[in-house]
Ligand binder design. Structure first.
Ligand SMILES: Nc1ncnc2c1ncn2[C@@H]1O[C@H](COP(=O)(O)OP(=O)(O)OP(=O)(O)O)[C@@H](O)[C@H]1O
Ligand SMILES: [Mg+2]
Length: 288
């Protein structure tokens, strides 16, 4: 991004401009740095809304800051962050690129990241079909290269290139999973909801609420998480707690904000979840 007000930017130049707010939870920053230096592909593993994407943005920001300061010769001008939200219809050409009617070849995001020595972040990789996922195999081992059949070329990734994928192991695990041959190419950094103290700080900062409200939201979040497997499929993510906080900061009464931002999104079927909702509503009543 070159300007704060710019709504459109070229993916070859995207990098977070302002420092993304991120609190290290479990030494992941140091691990990422070591893996990046060793040119190892990185898997971020954990539930939805626990900070994986924010973490990648922060790391991209830090690496670019260091690059700017570095006096190294032949350094790249920047390390763009190229994010691909994966989905079932994503195919190999979507990643590598294709010929346009004009006859020009339009590079896909994987090729863009390789050519520019950027960070290729494949978000929710498990959503992509296995035949698409194998495209990244040569990028995720010692070869560090991308085969682009249509151009008849192999592109070797420069040192600054890094492959990062995110993966939520709980989600749809029985229906879809990554192949072992994909998983076993990555170092996997575990993500989980931050501990209470950190999560309070995060919620207060991101939602703009005071310490008391942040404390209440985090406590409610932990109670909901304790119900995971005892009736609820997923706990309340940090993202949901922040959303509730934002509504409260916009003067929605706290109880209503929690209902709208926390209870409603995770409990669809009112009948099935009636007891759980009643219980949680009591808890919320107690807090706010
Ligand atoms: N450690 C942290 N430091 C700062 N903010 C955090 C942290 N963890 C979570 N957050 C906040 O939680 C929000 C959700 O996190 P994020 O979008 O990174 O989740 P995610 O793990 O990528 O989820 P998904 O798998 O659904 O994409 C962020 O926008 C950020 O506000
Ligand atoms: Mg994400």
């Amino acid at each position: 991004m070159t300007s704060k007000n710019q709504l459109e930017f070229d993916i070859t130049h995207y990098k977070p401009e302002e420092e993304p707010f991120y609190i290290d939870v479990n030494g992941e920053t140091e691990i990422f740095r070591a893996a990046y230096k060793d040119r190892l592909p990185i898997m971020l593993k954990g539930p939805t809304g626990c900070g994986k994407s924010r973490f990648v943005e922060r790391m991209a920001y830090e690496l670019n800051q260091e690059l700017t300061k570095s006096k190294r010769k032949n350094k790249p001008s920047e390390i763009p962050l190229v994010t691909v939200p994966c989905h079932e219809d994503l195919n190999a050409d979507d990643l590598k690129g294709r010929y346009l009617i004009s006859g020009e070849y339009q590079d896909g995001p994987a090729l863009v990241a390789v050519k520019n020595g950027g960070i290729l972040y494949l978000d929710e990789i498990v959503e992509a079909r296995n035949d698409t996922t194998v495209v990244i195999h040569p990028l995720a081992d010692h070869r560090r290269s991308l085969f682009v059949e249509k151009l008849g070329k192999v592109y070797e990734a420069p040192d600054s290139f890094s492959l990062v994928i995110s993966y939520n192991p709980g989600y749809q695990r029985k229906v879809k999973d990554l192949k072992q041959s994909t998983k076993q190419r990555f170092v996997a950094i575990d993500f989980d909801y931050p501990g209470e103290k950190l999560e309070r700080k995060i919620v207060a900062h991101e939602a703009g609420v005071n310490g008391n409200i942040a404390n209440g939201l985090v406590d409610i979040g932990n109670m909901v998480r304790n119900l995971k497997g005892k009736g609820l499929d997923e706990g309340a993510s940090t993202r949901l707690l922040i959303n509730a906080g934002k509504l409260i900061a916009s003067n929605i009464p706290p109880k209503r904000a929690c209902e709208i931002a926390i209870l409603n999104p995770i409990t669809d079927d009112i009948d099935v979840y009636k007891d759980i909702r009643d219980g949680l509503e009591d808890v919320i009543d107690n807090y706010f």
